[in-house]
Design a protein around this ligand. Structure first.
Ligand code: GUN
Ligand code: ZN
Length: 441
């Protein structure tokens, strides 16, 4: 990357798409610049606009990387993923609770071994970048070593990541359990070491209500209050049997969401995975508290969990913050394009045709807003961190054939979201630096 007296500079020219607002509520949300130029310096976007009008922003001697025929958008934000489940994607034949017991809880015990965690973290970050995902909200395992491996890899890559040690002190194999006190102590030490260290951020991560005692949830809430600015990351109302189980474990609570509410775990920066079966009252409570839901369609279909009603989630009377998540390894693809594809189909099954403008929003600025990080990531705007992805609508012969017929930017985005996957990611930039480039065949 060229360096002048002012630092590292990158200039990229192409068809820029970004968001200025939420397209669920604003018809003019898309920023569409067919011949655009983006300039980044020392990790931040310093200029963005029409090429002809802004080309003087490129310092002399800095080459412009021209990507004609592509779409360039903010890096994808995966709002729910388990890096420790990379090795169990596509595990056959069960729904949530059986799947956890048969596959997940077995696999996660391997992450007590730091060398194994390091190996998987490398594979995981390679996959994120090859899929254009520049920020993820990730579950690690119960072992602090698994978190060290994750953040160390993120630090090497320069990515903005949110992750945490899983808290779980019951209803799982002994080797996978902490205690309320060790969970608190280990999380606190990890927060002190990693929250705000470079671009890394920490999420207090109770797995879900069934695997934490009331004492552990109480301490998780205490920890969150003691560390303002950290995140909470958990699961809620994914599967009907899970919901019944929570009711029997916490009979004194009004419902599943109320368990988290009671222990002070809802608010801005709490990310609740799934929420497929939240009631209207619960959705209103998510809205009131400023918490967010991660919609994970490939996972919800794979585990037969149910259909997320995005239209209800974005009810203008009480919209919830919503991001998209892959939920690897119950989810079946690292690709946020493939996730948009399944989100579209799930929405169709709920009689809501979701435009590509909305699904790209959920995968970028919507996710950033859900995390309260939209002042840093999620859009192509001056001052934002320069994480972006170059998408190639000609990536395969069929995509090229179909894309050639697209008559608008929106149609091109839709085709990419339905037919695209990692093959359609030509390049991924992190903090203005080229972090991944597709091998040309
Ligand atoms: N609920 C509790 N743990 C998990 C998990 O690992 N994956 C999914 N999809 N749901 C969960
Ligand atoms: Zn999950």
């Amino acid at each position: 990357m060229p360096t002048d007296e002012h630092g590292d500079v990158t200039a990229v020219r192409g068809h820029l798409v970004s968001f200025r607002a939420d397209p669920f509520f604003d018809d003019d949300a898309l920023v569409d610049i067919p011949d655009g130029l983006l300039v980044a310096r020392d990790g931040l976007i310093t200029s963005v606009g029409e090429y002809a009008a802004t080309k003087s922003a490129v310092p002399p001697g800095v080459p412009v990387a021209h990507h004609p025929g592509t779409l360039i958008c903010a890096g994808f934000i995966d709002t729910h993923i388990h890096y420790v489940q990379t090795g169990i994607i596509g595990a056959f034949g069960s729904q949530l609770i059986d799947w956890l017991n048969h596959y997940t809880f077995v696999e996660e015990q391997r992450f007590a071994d730091r060398a194994h965690a390091d190996d998987v973290a490398r594979v995981f970050f390679d996959q994120l970048l090859a899929n254009g995902t520049t920020t993820a909200v990730a579950f690690c395992a119960v072992y602090p070593e698994s978190v060290e491996a994750f953040f160390a890899e993120s630090a090497r890559r320069g990515t903005r990541m949110i992750a945490g040690k899983v808290l779980m002190d019951r209803n799982a194999p002994d080797g996978l359990l902490d205690t309320p006190q060790t969970g608190y102590d280990d999380s606190k030490a990890l927060i002190e070491r990693w929250h705000g260290n470079g671009r890394n951020l920490y999420a207090i991560t109770p797995r879900f209500a069934p695997t934490s005692t009331p004492e552990q949830l109480e301490l998780a809430g205490t920890l969150w209050r003691e560390h303002p600015g950290t995140f909470v990351h958990t699961h809620v109302s994914e599967n009907r049997n899970e919901i019944s189980w929570v009711r029997s474990l916490f009979p004194q609570r009004a419902g599943y969401l109320d368990v988290y509410d009671h222990y002070g775990l809802l608010g801005p920066r709490s990310m609740l995975a799934h929420g497929v079966h939240l009631t209207g009252r619960e959705r209103a409570r998510v809205h009131e508290t400023g918490a967010a839901v991660s919609h994970c369609p490939t996972s919800n279909l794979f585990l037969g969990s149910g259909l997320f009603h995005v239209h209800d989630a974005k009810d203008p009377r009480r919209p919830m913050h919503v991001g998209l998540g892959t939920d690897i390894g119950a989810g079946t693809s690292f690709s946020m394009l493939a996730t948009m594809n399944e989100a579209y189909k799930v929405a169709e099954l709920t009689a809501y045709p979701m435009s590509a403008i909305k699904s790209f929003y959920l995968a970028t600025l919507g996710g950033a807003r859900a995390l309260g990080l939209d002042d840093r990531i999620g859009s192509l705007q001056v001052g934002r961190e320069a994480d972006f992805v170059v998408l190639d609508p000609q990536a395969t012969p069929l995509l090229a054939y179909r894309s050639a017929r697209a008559e608008s930017t929106e149609e091109l985005m839709f085709v990419l979201s339905i037919m695209g996957d990692d093959r359609a990611v030509a390049a991924t930039y992190i903090g203005g630096r080229l972090a991944y480039q597709r091998k040309e065949s």
